[in-house]
Ligand binder design. Sequence first.
Ligand SMILES: *[C@@H]1O[C@H](CO)[C@@H](O)[C@H](O)[C@H]1NC(C)=O
Ligand SMILES: *[C@@H]1O[C@H](CO)[C@@H](O)[C@H](O)[C@H]1NC(C)=O
Ligand SMILES: *[C@@H]1O[C@H](CO)[C@@H](O)[C@H](O)[C@H]1NC(C)=O
Ligand SMILES: *[C@@H]1O[C@H](CO)[C@@H](O)[C@H](O)[C@H]1NC(C)=O
Length: 330
Amino acid sequence: MRSCCFIFIILMHFRCFMSNELHIEEITNETQRCILGEGPHYDVKSQNLYYVDIAAPAIFRYSLETGKIFKATIKDNNSQLGFITPIEGKTDEFVVGAGHDLTVIRWNGESEEATVLKVLVTVDSQFPTNRINDAKCDPKGRLFFGTMGDETSNLKQHPTGFLYRYQTYPNATILRDNVGISNGLAWNENLGKFYYIDSVTRNVKAYDYESSTGHISNESVLIDFAVTHPDNEFAPDGMTIDENGFLYVATWNGARILVINPVTKEIVREIQMPTAKVTSLAFGGPSLDILFVTTAAYPASYTHPPPSGAVFKITGLNVKGLPMSNFKFD
Ligand SMILES: *[C@@H]1O[C@H](CO)[C@@H](O)[C@H](O)[C@H]1NC(C)=O
Ligand SMILES: *[C@@H]1O[C@H](CO)[C@@H](O)[C@H](O)[C@H]1NC(C)=O
Ligand SMILES: *[C@@H]1O[C@H](CO)[C@@H](O)[C@H](O)[C@H]1NC(C)=O
Ligand SMILES: *[C@@H]1O[C@H](CO)[C@@H](O)[C@H](O)[C@H]1NC(C)=O
């Protein structure tokens, strides 16, 4: 028994010794940094990272193979862009949130201009200052997208946003109302769970999730940052999940990523980042072991220390993510 433990300990040490050190590298250069980077989506098939700069507004493609970044704007539209998700089976069509509109755009991934092909649905017309924010597809390719009101208003007192599910033209289903700033989304299909962040509430909520229907129910608070960090120093923003079900939460003004064990509901790891406003994150790479992280230099009306707005890749985490779903029309 003793020698068995001893060998185990040696093996553990060997494993640590062999593993890479945590390495954070900027993939953007100085001129490619975002004002408000968001919505990273790693497309496993093409090995591209897609993301948006909400405020520019612009969409981006980063090719892992060449390291090149391509930027485009949407023709004849200057609405803020909340996210970009590839459409399954297409190489040049994406679902993009543009202001109040959920749209399909065509982009070849290289040109400086993309065009709107179709508006899938227009939401929140009753709240003119609302806009679509973060979104992601569930494991079955249904789009879950959320909205938020004008961030200079009191969103805690007047949460005018919603969380929607979209799969069939032309209707979006309301999943939640009274949302302040709709942000991080993640699914654990094995456990039948959906995790969700409304940044204004400063917590991560968990729901029962039925993958056959996309139905969510039984809301509970998984972790409340008002309890773990009562000093109010950061707001939770984007979120992703690894293959073990651990949640990775980007922190706006927190300069770090928090890793949460969904069973013990504890913060088990903190990854310090070189910028304060960490907005979102996505696993990618051929082995899904690279964590891509977007950040912000926002609002643009005042200066932010470099490298604010950079996009980073983190290697050496020794974990793997889950492949992200592209959008599948019903
Ligand atoms: C950043 O990369 C772009 C695209 O490759 C290039 O045009 C630009 O000169 C680079 N800027 C800096 C400051 O290196
Ligand atoms: C484009 O922008 C305008 C406002 O600038 C907006 O009314 C319109 O709905 C947007 N969407 C599309 C798909 O053109
Ligand atoms: C879809 O939306 C239209 C209005 O845009 C409405 O008339 C119709 O009842 C909706 N269908 C479903 C299935 O909700
Ligand atoms: C919601 O919670 C109740 C009570 O714990 C449980 O009976 C029910 O199965 C849950 N719903 C789903 C969809 O898991």
